[in-house]
Design a protein around this ligand. Sequence first.
Ligand SMILES: O=C(O)CCC(=O)C(=O)O
Length: 279
Amino acid sequence: MDLGYVEHYREQGYAVVRGVFGPDDVAALAAAFDRVHAQGLDHHASYRHGNVLFRIGRDPRLGRILRLVQWPSYFDPVLESYRRDSRLLKVLEPLIGSDLKQIINQLHWKPPGAAVTEFSYHQDIHFRRPASAYREPGRSYVQTVIAVDPHRVENGAITVYPGSHELGKLTFPERGRVMDSALSDRDLKALGLDPRRVVHLELESGDLAFWGLYMIHGSGPNVSSIDRRTYVNGYVIAANCDRGEWAFRGGQGVPLGDPVLVHYEELHDRPGPFYLEEE
Ligand SMILES: O=C(O)CCC(=O)C(=O)O
């Protein structure tokens, strides 16, 4: 594998490696997305069971839609095997080594025609809580995205601000939940940044994109006729994090066992299942 992406990642704060997964892998992932999607639409509202979360949206145009699912790997063996696939480790190892925990395991959909599927500009560092559990955040974390569908501006590509990994933790304008707010140049301008510098990540199915916790990123609406499915997995140097499930230990994939604390603080006191009251 050409290691040019390592320098790109260090300099720009993000990188893309093309064709990490082939057509058979993409087909297996697409089938897994469809299985999980069918399960998600059985729920009338957002639903939690342990670390697993089905996030249902009420879309003004489409009605009930499944926006994302957190930690599907606890119940779907295909997704479980891809989150600890050796091809992912091969890309990650030059960046953060081979003893890695995982703090994000997520499926994202952006159904065509939906009114609310954008992610406003943000830095993932704001969601790593408690901060004391996440050490050396700048160099320890890599968020990865596998494109399942072709990933274009028209279907809501992820957009990054190159070099923003050097800017530290920024205070973004308050607009409510990132996943319910539009991608807006105004937010960049409010931070004194130039919206013309953004890069839209255009990916083919099977490509892998990744960035660190300080990278400013978001994504726009899907105005195309196809979905924009992405498999999102976030990894961390195990010694620098008190949270997360093991993904690779000594370079070997580690299967999931009983759930451990990741982001859901009440995992042990209130594992569920239950519907979220906000709905
Ligand atoms: O799926 C998207 O468009 C946004 C993803 C994102 O912001 C993230 O994974 O941190």
